[in-house]
Every structure is written in C-alpha cells, then in structure tokens.
Design a protein. Sequence first.
Length: 296
Amino acid sequence: MEKIYLSDAGPKVSPAIYGFYRWSSEVNNPATMEKIINLCLELGINTFDHADTYGGYQCEELFGNVISQKTFKREDIVLFSKCGLRVPHSSHPDVRVKHYDTSREHIIRSVDNSLKKLRTDYLDIFLLNYLDPVSNLEETAYTLAQLRDSGKIRNIGVANFSVFQHQLLASYLNRPIVTNHIELNLLNTSALDNGQIDYIKQRYMRPLASAPLAEGRIAEGLDFASLGVRSKLQELAPKYGADIESLAVAWLIKLGALPLIGTTDEQRIRNIAGAFSIELDKQDWYDLYSASRGTI
C-alpha cells in the first residue's frame, strides 16, 4: 500500500490502519499478536492504533514485546495511542465506574506508560479518547503541547469527538489536531448527517473509520438493516469481482476515509485490504448509501 498523509499537518500512514480496540483478554497472547502484525506488514499496513485500556490494559505491552524481536526499524512503523476512557478492570482497582479522565496527571502517566510498554521513545500520534466534560481544558491543552514539544508525542489527535468538542479543544491549542477517529460504516452513517465528516474535511484531515465492517454485522447480521445492506452488496459484488466486505470498505474509501481494522479474523483483514483495488462507481456508491438508509 502506498503511504498517504493523514492530514495537511500529520504524518504519512498506510491507507488502512490496524487498531486493537476490539481485543480482549481472551485473544491476548503472543502468537495471535505476532500473526496479526506479520499479516498487516505483509499487506502493507504499517500503522497501528493502541490505547492504554485495550485488551484489558495489556495490548500495548504485548505489542511491544513482539515488535522488539523484529528486524525492521522503528521509523518503518507508525504508532498511535490514546487515553481518556477509563474502564473497571482487576488490574486497576481504583477505577470503580466507566468514566473519562483527561486530567494533566492522567495524560502524562498514560503517555509514559505507553512509551514504556510499546518500547519506543515517541508516539507518532497521541489521541484523547472522548472528551471529559469536567476537565480543565486549558490544562489539558497545555499538557498536550508540552508533550509534543518534549518529543514524546509528535502529533495530537482525538477519537469519538463531536464537531463541537473537536472545535472546543482546537480553540485551546496552538498546534493542529491531525485526526478524529469516528465510527463509520454502511450500518452507521450518522457522521454524514451530524457534520463530523464535513468538519474533518474542512480541517484538511482524513476521517478514520472505526468498525468499517460494523463488527461483522455487514456479512453476518440478521437484523433488517444488515439484511438490506448485504442484499445490495451481493447484487453489486459480481460487477466488481469482489467480496461483499471489500465492497463495503470501498464505499468508505470513496468518501476519503481510512478504515480502522479491529478484527482478528485473517480473511476479514484481507477483505479490507482488497478494497483498495476497487474503483467504486458513483451511482453504485449512492445505491449502497440508499440501502444503508433503508430507502432502496
């Protein structure tokens, strides 16, 4: 895959990105991690998205252990990590309820822990995962700027921010926000209606689409919406000689979005990578969009 700029101020990334947001303690093991990393690199995916909480707070360390045994250089991969969402877990008895924390103390602690676990000196992008409504935004922005100036993080991003939250944080920063991760797929097109896609593009960024295959629902869901979208994909698939999942991701790519892969299923990862060879016709794009809205 040819690397592309994430934004006018951001780094170059692979056009598909692998994220560990769906990993749990059940899949956390070195063999699975090594298999996924090797497959991604084979497919030209060199960009990996982490967070402090992923995989029961264990994914970063597992990834760092596997990567430390590889022969490629650190600069050959792109690493994201994030903090903000805190969830109860046995390893963090202080977290009683799911909540958000973007305090200075938590951000600094999270970045330092991520660097240690990932065995790296810097993060290419550090993101805030959700906005803490009771945070001191001036302090939060100052902390992010300090971390960037120190070299521990090279770019600032956000995840799951609304347009107004994105604008709010940006107003406190004198450095650009280079990405916003949003859920976007043929079974969730709300970002096209609520202004997220428009604002991301206005800021010269590419949307990162999490759950590009709606966590498997596009291929396997039995609800009315899934059945309708799948029927339309199956109708169009022979025209492109493509798997329906590849076609569903090609719909995202036509929007300028980068799919954020979360599955551990090898074939599903290959289907997503295969989407980049599809040039989806504009009318077919709208045909699928109508199917996604139940207006066939």
